[in-house]
Design a protein around this ligand. Sequence first.
Ligand code: ADP
Length: 740
Amino acid sequence: MSLFPETEFQLGPEYQIASVLISMPLPEAFDYRVHEDMKVELGSFVTVPLGPRSVTGVVWGIKKGPAKRPLKYVEEVLEAAPLMPKVTRDFVERAAKYTCTPMGSMLAMCLRSKEALQPSPTETYVYRGEGDVPRMTPARQKVLDIAPENADAGITSAELARRSDVSTGVVKGLVDCGVLELQEAPIDKPFGQPNSELKGFDLTAEQQAGADALCEAVRSKEFKPILLDGVTGSGKTEVYFEAIAEALRSDPTAQILVLLPEIALTQAVRERFENRFGAAPAEWHSNATQKERRRVWREVGAGRARIVVGARSALFLPFQNLRLIIVDEEHDGSYKQDEGAVYQGRDLSVMRAHLGSATVVLASATPSLETLANAYQGRYQHIKLLARPGAAVLPEILLADMKENPPEKDCWLSPLLVDALEQNLDAGEQSLLYLNRRGYAPLVICKGCGERLKAPDTESWLTEHRYTGMLVCHLTGFSMKKPVNCPHCGAADSLMGVGPGVERLAEEVRGLFQGARVEVFSSDTARNPEELNGIISRMEQGDVDILIGTQIAAKGHNFPNLTLVGAVDADSGLKGGQGSDLRAGERTFQLLSQVSGRAGRASKPGRAIIQTYSAESPSIQALLANDRDWFMELEMQSREDLGFPPYGRLAAVVLSAENSLAADDAAATFVRGAPNVDGVDIWGPAPAPIAVLRGRHRRRLLIRSNRNIDLSAYLSSWRERIKLSSSVRVSLDIEPYSFM
Ligand code: ADP
């Protein structure tokens, strides 16, 4: 029997129906009936029943009933949560469509702290009241010396007792006689308010011109995409700080988002913001605790957090009035999220700014080809900073041609680089050796049978980590103790690491320069913020002579006494396995420019030595000649010839299944169902370069189309018309960055 008598539907009075988008992988909003005494608005956060569960969603539409079929009721309106503004709802819709992601999954990105939708938990805080102390004792004095003036300090009785080094009884005694007072208040405290009137550096003329242009864009309150294109160390941060100050000044409710590659969010960056604006920004990153997330989400949603600094997913925070987005190091590959909802944070930042009529600043010394092309074509304003301020000059770049200047046997440093390191040590200056390979050796083979050790469920070589004695798969995190015997032929002590990782390089350097203070900087030695900040501060304080680092060392840092950078294997990004990666050359150029740019950032001049076997490759030549534009134009030409982005569109489809046969079947079925459209090329299916990942067999397709085709819509409709077994997974990737 229906819950609702038929007649009510034919004759019953009109009632309110809310279309609710649920934060689950569902493509559209569902209708729910609204109780008469319940008030919902567009953007209200609500809970609704879905099957046996109660789930969270957002009101996407409101209409009048009666409905054609019985509807369940909205359960609760979450009053503590802010309304989701129209611009955010538009953003969710547009981003979902563009990335071929179900709308509900996109909404889930916006709901990263469910707890923030409830009122903040409260706590009882203690502070100094008006009353006089009836009988002073040394213990009471200790408490009163540090008791805060008001409850905003957020100190509980227990905490006050701990900090004063007295028993809780002493604090309680003072509360009982009214000397201390108690107040219940939310746990989630507001962030300090930034001050836009503090002064930064005196800007150079070039910096000032850039800052003026950014400020003008911010004041216009229109969509203004800007490329801030400045050589490493030219002061891009100082320049965009001016735009942040202008946004704060010109609109009392303006919010500002600064996106950084995840690993760039360091104590040094935090302090720069704090020094410039007098208050720490709200921070959003993947290591944040639930409590920190809840606080940031709530404060951003209430419009009280004015400056947010975060990794790519910060774009989905509940901003109420987002006026300015900065994407720092905009070329960085970490803006692309490859798993779950697949999106490019930089592109979505531009989309978000467009929808909200805001300014978006893409900052880089080595802009991505896409961004540069947009600037060349006049779609983005192009601001250039060509010089470093003050005495700092760009580093001199030298090539170490490894064919002519080879290292000794089983070593990785050319004589040229060894000499330079020695000179630097003698001069008391710091050096950085860059090698983008974690661990000791990237490959482990058996001397007896030639077996290369692989992860059990993934087609990738295991890396030897000697500090921990483990063999690790860097793709999946699988690890095992290094066996004594070869798992294939059983030979004892026959396993040998091949090729260099940072640990092995450190061994070589320690052998060459006894007494030098050598440190390894990689995600294995900087596993948490404390370790990361430890390395950075030892470097800043001059406690390290030679730092040996992966990508994590290449970006953003300012070490004034660092004057020599050696790129140990400059070709690694260009070598095999990545032949189909259209950005391999571009990325190599970017990384080498970034890492070279760490040298000579203060008064002492710096130099970079690039070890290469392919001295003639355009990316290396461009670096040597300091001619980025020539290189990028060459790359643009080749992309244009191939009709690749940004001159055409590209998408990837990866189908995966439990075994090879099922994967082949699924791929064949998928391709057979491709809609036939002029201007679309389909390549594949072929086994993916990583043909097995976590036990799943993978097949790839690459789809290229002309620019005028909506490739997202094409792919979505293609996906919809194909029926595949439920054990097959299909992942769609618009503008892929990974070709593995
Ligand atoms: P970028 O972001 O372009 O790499 P930064 O903004 O980090 O450059 O600036 C590089 C260094 O130069 C920083 O230590 C910064 O404080 C300093 N700096 C930048 N502009 C000025 C200026 N006008 N006067 C003095 N120091 C400056």
